[in-house]
Ligand binder design. Structure first.
Ligand SMILES: [Zn+2]
Length: 293
């Protein structure tokens, strides 16, 4: 019993450390993917003095604290976004292991969580959602559902009645289709973009991973999160004197800069909620409906 406990503790620490290292790599991706640069070479450089960053100044979170958030050579401030992405990825990897344990689903959901962190921070800083993640993500999600269909011990959780791979296929179509229609309707009625095509591909990917009931849950959660965050931001803007106008007021432009709040981060958070708790919520709901009938 103690040996099993020890093995779990060791694996949890390993998951956390692995997540921190992956988070460090995600920082490079957040910076370089929108610029169309390679994520493997050249080695990380300080954007201020272009000096390569030595390994002991590149240890997740620790180096940022030790350096006092400044480049060792030129003193350029290093954004708090770097330790945030590292810490968040480390925490998510730890939570995935803690929730799912020693199953095939664990490394798969770690990679999915990393993809969602990447999408969130690129959408927040660049207002785009990288096709590099969402386009391969759709067939990978359907592949995982196929694995869940023939190998239930995988620990993969595709929601819905019946065969997982069908729920995943419908999920990808419904997820992408719902946001595509929403975009077209908004464009028709309000003459501005409601959703970007990046959001369409993102929800198609998440639908492929978690099935069509997952898509419904994610749309509900993401809208709730978006409303709460939107109202808070508007209230905060008023409180601070409203010095900055909301960019989309009286703006008929359909350019990406007309987006005040990207929807991608809410979809990513909603996707993580469904990954961790979707199966439980779904079971509760189905039981509730069955009792109600
Ligand atoms: Zn520097």
């Amino acid at each position: 019993m103690d040996e099993v406990q020890g093995l779990y503790t060791l694996a949890s620490i390993f998951a956390l450390a692995f997540g921190l290292i992956v988070g460090s790599f995600l920082n490079v991706c957040v910076h370089r993917i929108p610029r169309g640069e390679s994520v493997v070479s050249p080695r990380s450089r300080c954007p201020g003095c272009m000096n390569p960053i030595v390994w002991y100044d590149n240890i997740p979170i620790i180096s940022w604290i030790m350096l006092g958030a400044k480049c060792r050579t030129c003193g350029t401030t290093i954004s708090w976004q770097y330790p945030l992405v590292e810490g968040l990825t480390g925490l998510l990897f730890f939570l995935v292991f803690w929730r799912f344990g020693f199953v095939i689903a664990t490394p798969i959901y770690m990679m999915l969580a990393a993809g969602l962190v990447l999408i969130t921070f690129i959408d927040l800083t660049d207002w785009t959602i990288p096709n590099e993640v969402t386009l391969p993500g759709i067939p990978i999600g359907i592949g995982c559902a196929a694995l869940a269909t023939w190998y239930p011990e995988s620990g993969l959780r595709v929601l819905g009645p019946g065969v997982p791979v069908f729920s995943a296929l419908i999920g990808a179509i419904v997820g992408g289709g719902a946001l595509y229609l929403l975009d077209k309707i908004t464009l028709l009625l309000l003459r501005k973009r409601g959703m970007g095509m990046g959001d369409v591909k993102l929800l198609a990917m998440l639908g492929a991973f978690f099935g069509w009931p997952g898509v419904i849950m994610m749309l509900i959660f993401a809208s709730m999160l978006g409303s709460v965050a939107g109202v808070s931001l508007i209230m905060w803007a008023r409180k601070t004197g409203g010095g900055e106008e909301l960019p989309y007021e009286d703006d008929d432009s359909i350019s990406v800069s007309a987006h005040y709040l990207p929807f991608g981060p809410y979809l990513c958070v909603a996707g993580l909620v469904v990954m961790f708790f979707g199966a439980e919520i779904y079971t509760e709901y189905v039981t509730y409906m069955a009792v109600g009938l």
